[in-house]
Design a protein around this ligand. Structure first.
Ligand code: GDG
Length: 487
């Protein structure tokens, strides 16, 4: 807010993302506004709440699908509104092609290199282009000036920066790509690679979580487009414009004060699931997605029980698996595989009063997640590939008792910052199994020291710093442009 006021006065902020920060859900008590399970929303909502402006997103909650009096503009957050949510309505056909098809069956597996073959269909590409144009129209309709800051979010909108640039040449367009960018060879699989790159280079700033993804993007441009690349200045000049390509590691809002302190934070959880006090608790929290390595952590647990059978009966794994993209075959299959593997492991090691894995495959409230984070002895993040991973940071931020061990995949962007986690290769179940043993037998002093260091990192590299660094760079670009045009 301060950076905006000082460095970019009188500049309106427009955020564009596919997912809404508040979804309208139909419940027996009427329509309620609920925050979705989304890393993008977790990170960006505190920023927009603080800075104000307009957030443009697709309106697709269960209440929207059934009612006819959908509101285009909604003041949010519901309890204390500070910004406007502008909803864009998409037909079933548009959603199928643009969202389920091109974005989630094409771009998502392409960028994650998670051994799920990307599917590219010409009809999906047509829908993707059309929906990007529809969102460009919404940005133009909402912009009150010719020089707004537009924050474009994620792989759903690769074409949007160029479409906005053509109609608002003086806008500052900051695009953030929340998922990895693959190397140029892998990226070349995409039949519309030139158009995707051209679209993104309409941005003033293009942000990724880590330098590796910036380098991969720059190499892809070098290979497929005629452009001038200034590697030292991290800038790409193309079609008369310049794009700064920079790493901005995303983060979370540092909790203001501990919310759920009780003498024993695991009490209610133990009572609810019948977990005795002397049994340790490991947790996993995610949308059920094949990039998150959920099956792989269960294989590691299996390995751990085989190698350290004295731990059978003394460790329970609680896995939150919020349903996600469940209309897609790859996600349906994952859900089935997950249920089967959990049943197999529970069958192998379980007894009448003991189930080693408790799978909670439903959406949970943020309060429930906070309770879980605080109750856990171990939190496992075993992504096969992940832009950042906010669960790792949320776990660390929740632990004001400085206890608990984080087991973290080396393939999550978060592993570049949370160096004191137990860093693992999720493709190697036996070494990940040993990480369970290390975590469970870690001396108290070492556990605290590791947690203290990680907490310092997350407290200082919080989400306001993430947004602030992009805005500072944007202000610098605007000043430089003003000086150049004056000289
Ligand atoms: C993308 C990138 C990047 C999970 N289950 C529930 C729930 N969650 C919340 C978590 C967390 C968020 O969802 C998940 O964030 P991640 O970062 O782990 O993953 P993606 O959704 O894949 O996010 C990722 C992120 O964008 C930001 O740039 O870090 O790499 O893939 O906040 O707490 N929230 C609720 N109920 C659940 O059941 N309320």
């Amino acid at each position: 807010q301060k950076i905006l006021a000082d460095e970019l006065p009188d500049t309106e902020v427009i955020v564009v993302s596919n997912r809404e920060p508040y979804i309208h859900e139909k419940t027996p008590d009427g329509v309620v506004l609920r925050k979705p399970a989304s890393g993008l929303v977790s990170a960006l909502e505190p920023i927009t709440r603080t800075c104000g402006g307009t957030w443009i997103a697709h309106g697709g909650g269960s209440a929207d699908r059934e009612t006819v009096d959908q509101q285009d503009h909604v003041a949010v957050p519901p309890e204390d509104p500070t910004y406007t949510l502008r909803r864009v309505w998409l037909s079933e056909e548009e959603l199928k092609g643009y969202y389920l098809g091109f974005a989630n069956e094409g771009m998502w597996p392409l960028c994650h290199i998670a051994f799920t073959r990307p599917i590219f269909r010409a009809a999906d590409w047509d829908a993707y282009q059309a929906v990007n144009r529809k969102f460009a129209d919404a940005v133009i309709a909402e912009a009150k000036s010719d020089r707004p800051i537009v924050l474009v979010q994620d792989y759903h909108f690769a074409l949007l920066p160029r479409l906005i640039r053509e109609r608002l040449p003086n806008a500052i367009i900051i695009t953030f790509w929340h998922i990895p960018w693959p190397n140029a060879e892998v990226f070349s699989i995409c039949p519309w690679r030139e158009q995707i790159l051209d679209g993104l280079l309409g941005s003033s700033i293009l942000g990724f979580h880590i330098q590796l993804h910036c380098n991969n993007f720059t190499e892809s441009v070098d290979r497929f487009l005629e452009s001038r690349i200034d590697r030292e200045g991290a800038a790409i000049s193309y079609k008369g414009g310049t794009t700064l390509v920079h790493a901005y590691p995303i983060s979370i809002e540092w909790p203001k004060k501990p919310k759920f302190i009780t003498t024993d934070p695991s009490r209610t959880l133990r009572d609810r699931h019948g977990i005795p006090d002397d049994v340790k608790i490991a947790i996993g929290v995610e949308r059920l997605d094949y990039t998150k390595g959920v099956l792989d952590r269960f294989h590691a647990l299996d390995e751990f029980f085989t190698q350290h059978s004295d731990w059978i009966g003394r460790l329970v794994f609680l896995q939150i698996a919020a349903p996600s993209r469940s209309d897609l075959p790859a996600y349906k299959l994952l859900h089935e595989e997950c249920l089967a593997l959990v049943a197999e492991i529970n069958d192998r090691y379980g007894t009448d009063g003991y189930q080693p894995i408790i799978l909670l495959d439903e959406h949970h409230t943020q309060e429930e997640l906070a309770e879980l984070y605080r109750a856990a002895d171990i939190c496992v993040v075993s992504s096969l590939h992940d832009g950042m991973n906010l669960v790792a940071k949320e776990f660390v931020a929740s632990r004001d008792d400085e206890r608990g061990v984080l087991i973290l995949s080396t393939f999550a962007g978060a592993s570049r910052e949370l160096l004191e986690a137990l860093i693992v290769n999720p493709f190697d179940p036996s070494s990940m199994g040993e990480a369970f043993f290390h975590a469970l037998t870690m001396p108290e002093g070492e556990m605290r020291e590791r947690m203290q260091r990680m907490r310092e990192v997350v407290r200082s590299n919080n989400v306001f710093r993430w947004a602030g660094s992009m805005l500072v760079d944007a202000a610098r670009l605007r000043k430089r442009a003003a000086l150049t045009s004056a000289s």
